[in-house]
Design a protein around this ligand. Structure first.
Ligand SMILES: [Zn+2]
Length: 555
């Protein structure tokens, strides 16, 4: 405990979880937490920040990005041409140096995120076997609180438990695996499809009911099994789903089927933009937006949430746990390609890509992403993401905010893309503009709620003192790309664009209870099939530096 008290005085405060919409008020901070206002007239805070005329929000939360683990590391190594041509982050008294490009180095990732006012980020796809690697990289990614989702949708033990119709065994395995990896949530990527890519001539699955031969299970069974297990474990964020058939024309029906397959269970569908396409396979002439029927379904069902995976024009690096997709993209773009197999667990594909505004397909992807923000009526159900770096860099967030808050600007950009976009999407007809309150929801308060982070995304007493102070500007891109100040765990770490402190940040993970007698059988499975011994597999408690166990609301 310290006596240091920070007061942020007279700002225009946005705190949607507590219903605060632009009211002028003070925020009090002590020991890294928000505290109730001190009303004693004789009390003097240690430091007072005059926020008159400035906007105050909780720190941003990116609930889906790729910033750690072997896939990200490989992508860094694959793009020397990009590294060479981008401005590096220079070393200062407070920071390490770092490289940029579409896959910034660990240090640069932390500095750039917090420079935008983001204080928490989740890596969306870590193979269990690479958990240790991801945690080590997190330790080198400063200024952010971090967590990751553990890949499970193509795990052999998962598929075997489903084949044997042993839901209790599956539930215990999910619980054990989250403990063993110090992960935050189960992640499903192209369920069954990655396994088919590794083992079957078909190289993928289509729809939800094609059988993955090795275990004779279907994507639908994998989704249902994992969603049920995750909800029974009462995880704060039960399940994070990357649907089958990402990027394929006509995939919207598979996406709709996936939504239905959840049968009312709580679940989050990620980078939904890439899963909302009409049209026939391989036929560019019929490729079109199917956001409207999917958004209608989300509007009518409160168990479902999405993040967008917005595409922005320019070069980037695609990286995915969806092995066959990496192969597809590399062929499509004729670029270099990396593919990997994580034994028993997962796969991955990496390829450089470029989104061009003169390409009808790319322009439609851009429009489809924006349609998602604008057609989901309740902002608590939709989260801002670029699936960094897949749709574009997280550095594009201020540009997306401008596109959402300024319909005139959006129409101006729409004029620069092929005119067929207007015929094949609804974007040209949508006049909705986001308010600051709604932006605050889709960038911090909403993701906090969807992730079950009770201490983040709001400014009531007890919350982590992560917050961002912005200087209002008519141009919202300029407003959001350089916050006036960023406070992390009660310390001012960014002041007028300069990093003043570089804390390590903590790791957020879950520790669900499960039947530990199961470990004997899981151990036998490991001894039989894995290249590493069971006792060397789990990430031990002392492996993480600073960490916090996040419990479900129901526990
Ligand atoms: Zn992703």
């Amino acid at each position: 405990m310290s006596d240091f008290v920070l007061k942020i005085e007279g700002g225009e405060v946005y705190d949607p979880i507590n219903g605060v919409n632009g009211e002028i008020c003070d925020v009090w901070i002590k020991d890294g937490k928000i505290i109730a206002p001190i009303t004693d007239p004789n009390f003097r805070p240690t430091q007072t920040i005059d926020a008159e005329g400035l906007v105050v929000m909780p720190g941003g939360i990116d609930m889906h990005c790729h910033i750690a683990g072997p896939k990200v590391n490989t992508a860094r190594k694959m793009r020397p041409e990009e590294k060479r041509n981008s401005d590096p982050v220079m070393r200062t008294e407070f920071t390490h140096s770092g490289t940029m490009g579409s896959v910034p180095s660990t240090f640069a990732t932390g500095y750039k995120y917090v420079g935008l006012g983001y204080t928490t980020a989740f890596d969306a796809a870590i193979p269990p076997l690479s958990a240790r690697h991801a945690h080590e990289e997190f330790a080198d990614t400063p200024c952010l609180d971090k967590g990751f989702f553990t890949l499970m949708g193509n795990n052999h033990y998962v598929m075997k438990s489903i084949q044997d119709d042993e839901p209790e065994k599956l539930k215990n395995f999910v619980g054990w695996l989250l403990n063993a990896t110090k992960g935050f949530a189960p992640k499903i990527v192209n369920p069954g499809g990655v396994e088919a890519w590794k083992n079957l001539p078909s190289g993928n699955v289509s729809g939800l009911d094609e059988t993955v031969d090795l275990y004779n299970v279907t994507p639908r069974q994998i989704i249902r099994g994992l969603v049920t297990a995750a909800n029974e474990l009462k995880l704060p964020h039960p399940v994070h789903i990357h649907c089958n058939e990402l990027g394929m024309p006509g995939n919207w029906q598979t996406t709709l089927e996936t939504m239905k397959a959840l049968e009312g269970h709580k679940g989050h569908l990620t980078h939904i933009q890439f899963h909302s396409y009409g049209g026939g396979e391989g036929d560019e002439n019929t490729f079109n937006s199917k956001v409207a029927p999917l958004a209608d379904y989300i509007n009518e069902h409160d168990n479902l949430t999405v993040d967008v995976g917005q595409v922005l024009f320019g070069s980037t690096t695609s990286m995915t746990g969806d092995g066959p997709l990496g192969y597809f993209l590399a062929n499509l773009y004729g670029t270099k390609w990396f593919s990997a197999d994580t034994e028993m667990e997962a796969g991955c594909g990496i390829a450089p890509i470029k989104y061009r505004n003169k390409s009808l397909v790319h322009a439609l992807q851009w429009a489809i992403g924006l349609e998602w923000y604008l057609l989901v009526t309740d902002p608590w159900k939709v989260v801002m993401s670029t699936d960094h770096p897949n749709g574009g860099s997280f550095l594009a967030y201020p540009q997306i905010i401008r596109l959402l808050m300024d319909a005139t600007y959006r129409q101006d950009v729409l004029k620069t893309v092929p005119k067929e976009v207007q015929e094949r999407s609804l974007l040209g007809d949508i006049t909705r503009e986001y308010t600051l309150y709604e932006i605050c929801i889709i960038t911090r308060s909403g993701p906090a709620k969807i992730l079950g982070l009770k201490n983040k995304g709001h400014l009531a007493p007890g919350a982590d003192a992560d917050l961002t102070v912005y200087t209002p500007n008519k141009n919202k891109e300029m407003m959001f790309e350089m916050p006036r100040m960023v406070v992390k765990a009660g310390e001012i770490i960014v002041d007028q664009g300069d990093i003043r402190l570089s804390p390590e940040g903590k790791t957020l993970h879950v520790k669900p209870t499960y039947d530990t007698t199961m470990e004997k059988e899981i151990g036998e499975w490991f001894e039989q099939y894995y290249s590493i011994q069971f006792r060397n597999y789990p990430v031990s408690d002392d492996y993480l530096h600073d960490n916090e166990v996040v419990q479900s609301n129901e526990q």
